[in-house]
Design a protein around this ligand. Sequence first.
Ligand SMILES: [Zn+2]
Length: 283
Amino acid sequence: MQLPGGILVNATLRRDFTFREFTGGLELMLNRQASPELNHVERVTQVLCNALASIGGQQVSEELVSGLSVGDRQFLMRQLAVHMDDRPVWLTAVCHHCAEKFDVSFLQSELPVKPAGKGYPSRDVIVSLGKVTVSVPTGNDQLAVSGITDNQKALRTLIARLVKIKGRRPGLKPENLTAKDIEKIESASEAMSPEIATEVLAVCPHCEAQNRLTATPYSCFEKSPDTLFSEVHAIAMHYHWREQDILDLPRARRQKYLQLIDRSRGMAAHSHVKQEDHNGRFF
Ligand SMILES: [Zn+2]
């Protein structure tokens, strides 16, 4: 599996990445309550920094993850969800046409991905001010506009970040871009940007109308940590290990210990029954 966009390493586009082993600590981090001070963009960066081992052969850092294109970041969040649990996702939809309810299921691993377009991650575009270089938006750009509530201002700020204007003549500033220029820049950036599907199409079984349903790339953030807590509780009760040590276990090892605990409980129950038989009476 490769990134739909990728990063430039010594002027070569690299699309490879590797995840670390998933631990309970990472699962806990996915819960919003674990770091309420972070906004959505910062949470994605924090989770990806902890979940990834490398991108394009580079050791993962906050700088590297923040500099990934938005499409790559969404792709990685969905891949994380797939790695953790690729069972079908069930949605209940209300048909926009007949208002009947129906259930839809899909696998996150089967949702389509649009790879980056020609020129990615930046290419030249001619606008009224001359030639400018347009880039795809990254996590850094998302963060820069995340606090701006006025949509027009947010768009202007984003565009100013995505264009590099060549030359030093006076007036060559992002503020002087016309509405048509901005449109051109937006569409060039969109055409280059990798994308993942954030909607699924579903046909209503009652009236056969086609419905669009939202499929979030961030389903990892919606999981309740209750199962994790009860698993940590079961292991701590049995082995008397520290919470942090249990959270540091790779997920597969944690599951293995839970199986062993279950088995030894089964054996204890079994030997109890045997003892009853041997004595021939209940006690
Ligand atoms: Zn319908």
